[in-house]
Design a binder for this molecule. Sequence first.
Ligand code: GLU
Length: 456
Amino acid sequence: MSIFQEKKVITRMAPSPTGHLHIGTARTAIFNYLFARKHNGTFILRTEDTDKERSKKEFEDEITDGLAWLGIKWDSFYRQSERTLIYTGYLNTTIEKGSAYVSKEESKMRPGEMVEVVRLKNPNKVISFTDEIRGEISFDTTELGDFVIARSITDPLYHFTVVVDDHEMEVTHVIRGEDHISNTPRQILIQEAIGALRPQYAHLPLILAPDRSKLSKRHGAVMLSDYKHQGFIQPALINYLTLLGWNPGTDQEFFTLDELINAFDLSGVQKGGAIFDVEKLKWFNKEHVSGFSDTDYYDYVTKYITPALLALPQFSTDRLLRLLPTIKERTAAGAEITLECEKGEYDFAFQTPKIEPQMVKWKNDASPKVTLQRLQKLAEIISLMDESFSIDEIKNRIWGYATDAGKGEVLWPLRVSLTGKERSPDPFTVIHIIGPSEAYTRIKRACDTILSDSLA
Ligand code: GLU
């Protein structure tokens, strides 16, 4: 039974601002946040910037901006560089108690120079702790010796500051990456030296690449900002990253943030590494985006369509609105919308295509004459359509003729006349997007092209 059982849950995310915000760090923040919220507790964000050379304000900003963007709200914020006096106080008390001592040594960084480091007096014992995810872990600390806890009385090192802060901030649960397991025995020794309570530990599995190696840049994007720029939306990232190493114990995959807060529990966290699968993340993004209102989806799409598409001669908001369901069906994230635009996949909606007469002809049709006859019949049917027709109404008007004369025979030349492409959305959708009157004009133009080609 934990000594924290009765206390209010307090978790913390303690990143060092020495690099970009990795998705693994974002996942750790999410787990801490969910756990705190689930237990009506508090979530602390603490930047561990005691490494003066490597810590950068721009990285701290990236962390705070990234988490804020995700919607992970912290209840309080601390910066270790502003807490030196507190650490010095603890160092002095620990030295006075005899649990640590000042040692005059040659500086490792500046050979020849003598420094006064602070070392912990290691009681040389076996430390055992219960990890919420991995169970009992024991470690013989003898081999650690009297390790250094501060470079000087005013320059404490990571292990010491973490322990002091977790103690001062009354952190009940330390939920962090598996790479910190080996740091835990040292930190427990320091806790015992300063008289701090031991928090519950939960070490999260690593995030692995599909080849089971540690996920790194060579596998593709690893920074949260990369995913943001690619158009992944916050609820999808939170949903996916939470499932990366955590299992709800049911088949449910799609979760809103509130549902996650409700369902999340450390007992569902797996021990083994979690494989990052960008295709799965795309699936989540598509699912979450599909819940957008029409206005939100329109705003989303306009961020990713290209200036070249906007510059096409027939571009209009109205057509773009009618194109949205097609975009939604074909893409999972914003960057894919941009890519589709660059490939010209949506040009048909905003410009009259250039027609290849040979492409318009259905493979079984004997001559251009037959194709022409079909297009003329289609033009007739389309001329009677109303601009406000739905896709179904458009389809109903054409379907009878297509079933009589052959679907390929009718729908192929129709679609190619409208889009100029061998592959594109179905012709009913295309007519709906561009409107029957523009469709009529395009068919007539295709007829002219076929005619002049056959006469040539
Ligand atoms: N500052 C440490 C890091 O960024 C984390 C410390 C902790 O979570 O205990 O890796």
